[in-house]
Design a protein around this ligand. Sequence first.
Ligand SMILES: Nc1ncnc2c1ncn2[C@@H]1O[C@H](COP(=O)(O)OP(=O)(O)OP(=O)(O)O)[C@@H](O)[C@H]1O
Ligand SMILES: [Mg+2]
Length: 215
Amino acid sequence: MIQVTNLNLQYKDFTALKDINLDIKKGELVVLKGISGSGKSSLLALLGAFNHPTSGDIKIDNKSIVKLPDIYSSQVRNKYIGFVFQSFNLIDGLNVYDNVLAPLVLSKQKITKQKIIDAMILANIEHKQNDKIYNLSGGEKQRVAIARAIVNDPNIILADEPTANLDKDNSLAFIDILRKFKDLGKTVIIATHDSLFDNLDFVDQYINIQNGKIV
Ligand SMILES: Nc1ncnc2c1ncn2[C@@H]1O[C@H](COP(=O)(O)OP(=O)(O)OP(=O)(O)O)[C@@H](O)[C@H]1O
Ligand SMILES: [Mg+2]
């Protein structure tokens, strides 16, 4: 489902990713590990077509996404990908419900209240649906970001440090959500340094990244 070949990313004179190769099959759960600054977010951003590599290729369902003009990148995202950003990227002045609704508007999918409620329930944030984002705690914002990523039922979910702001109970609840995704055949890639993700029996691949290289 996702093939990465000889991927390199250069930020001016800094090499962020070096010769990355990955083969991720449909329905796999992949945990990307590595210390701060190792390149996890850089790699996820390329997989989500938010950025272009310096060289190399990424194929989703056998179609290259690396050279797509931005307008098509956003179409790929809307069709295939739910993304949980490390910094949430929520709209502060809107309430929880409207933030979760946003991807449905962008992907021109049929908007039903039930879809939004279901995503909020899954992420355990439904009770805050009428609250503005700026009034939420860090962990609550994280859960809104999770609900937003899953509301349009994407086949691929990319999550950058999805439990960084959660307490243990909510982190374990997120791991339960992952188990559900796995049962639904979703392909999930998580960047994390949370040790709760170590040794999970339903993880298909643990990938370690060090200084931009897979080790
Ligand atoms: N736009 C940019 N310009 C220059 N350097 C960048 C840019 N974005 C990231 N970097 C550098 O690339 C390296 C990898 O960053 P990245 O955000 O991918 O790390 P990470 O593994 O996600 O770290 P963390 O665990 O702290 O989130 C870092 O050294 C960072 O400073
Ligand atoms: Mg990061």
